[in-house]
Design a protein around this ligand. Structure first.
Ligand SMILES: Nc1ncnc2c1ncn2[C@@H]1O[C@H](COP(=O)(O)OP(=O)(O)OP(=O)(O)O)[C@@H](O)[C@H]1O
Ligand SMILES: [Mg+2]
Length: 304
């Protein structure tokens, strides 16, 4: 059974997509893992990372996207998620691509998103109500039919906690919060945790038992860290305070703001695969985050 992980923050632009792609790629690279990425965000950044536009369009008009899945859910029609799984054609000419053994899912595969997924949250809420358990479990149920075919399933969430994101959380074993080392970005951490608590409490109350297991916080990763000048008011000082507030939850490793990365052409390949070294510090930091992610989800739990 795959380990399912959601990358989440209510704040946009913090690096959820970037980190989910990089950690996914590094798991394949390191363990030859079978990795499926699910793009739950109508902005479709993760989709466009792995597919070029023509192939995305072909997919939309052919096999379909997550929109087809949720449309079937709206009319409560059974749907086989495996029909949506696409191969990451955008990098098919990259030297590392030939090592993917996609017939056996060893590499990265993708369930693409669709810009029109924006309307789905509202339609789901209108059809089933905002906190209806059935509508929160669509993805979990559908994934249970394909999760033996993958080692990891990474869900790139949109910056909100509407019904599609709730579907991602119900399907997940873990979640990773990606945050900037600044007040507004971390303000949401407690809110994310309490929202997840109440989602699962309410689901378990509905069925009168605790069968729905909350995803575990794999950790909080700081990204785009800018100034490590020391002293009060610096980002280092800020990260220290957040570490004090969430002991054990904050990743030891973090990723700096990399102006070279920000300027990279849109064709940029995942550094875990290309080892592209325009910014060696970024490459090393990203490797460290991926290693720590794996350590965190595999280390023995205290008290268990
Ligand atoms: N460490 C970094 N240094 C510089 N640029 C970065 C870094 N991490 C991410 N970026 C850039 O910041 C932008 C936003 O990143 P990303 O799309 O991963 O954020 P997101 O949290 O998924 O956003 P959204 O909520 O809109 O989906 C992208 O252009 C990405 O290339
Ligand atoms: Mg994103």
């Amino acid at each position: 059974m795959a380990t399912v992980v959601s990358f989440i923050n209510f704040k946009g632009g913090v690096g959820k997509t970037t980190l989910s792609v990089e950690v996914a790629a590094s798991l394949y690279k390191k363990f030859n893992s079978r990795v499926l990425m699910i793009d739950l965000d109508p902005q479709s950044n993760c989709t466009l990372y792995w597919l070029n536009e023509q192939d995305w369009e072909k997919q939309i008009n052919g096999h379909g996207t997550l929109l087809s899945f949720f449309e079937a859910c709206l009319v409560e029609k059974p749907f086989d998620l495996s029909s949506l799984i696409a191969t990451p054609t955008r990098f098919s000419k990259a030297p590392w691509y030939k090592d993917f053994d996609l017939k056996n899912n060893r590499g990265i595969k993708l369930i693409p998103s669709d810009l029109r997924l924006f309307g789905v949250d509202l339609k789901l809420a209108q059809r089933f109500g905002f906190d209806n358990l059935k509508s929160q479990l669509f993805l979990k149920k559908a994934l249970s039919e394909i999760d033996s075919e993958f080692d990891f399933i990474f869900i790139d969430c949109p910056p909100n906690l509407y019904l599609t994101t709730q579907n991602g959380l119900f399907a997940s074993n873990y979640y990773v919060v990606v945050a900037l080392a600044e007040y507004l970005s971390t303000l949401g951490i407690a809110h994310i945790q309490s929202s997840i608590d109440s989602l699962f409490d309410s689901a378990n109350n509905t069925v009168g038992s605790s069968i729905y297991k909350k995803p575990e916080l794999a950790g909080i990763v700081f990204n785009k860290v800018r100034y490590l000048t020391g002293g009060t008011g610096s980002q280092e000082d800020f990260m220290k305070r957040i570490r004090g507030k969430y002991p054990d939850s904050v990743f030891k490793s973090y990723v700096s703001q990399s102006d070279k990365i920000a300027e990279r052409p849109a064709q940029s390949e995942p550094i875990a695969l290309s080892d592209y070294a325009a910014d060696q510090k970024y490459v090393q930091q990203m490797h460290a985050v991926s290693e720590e992610f794996y350590d965190r989800i595999t280390r023995p739990k205290q008290g268990k």
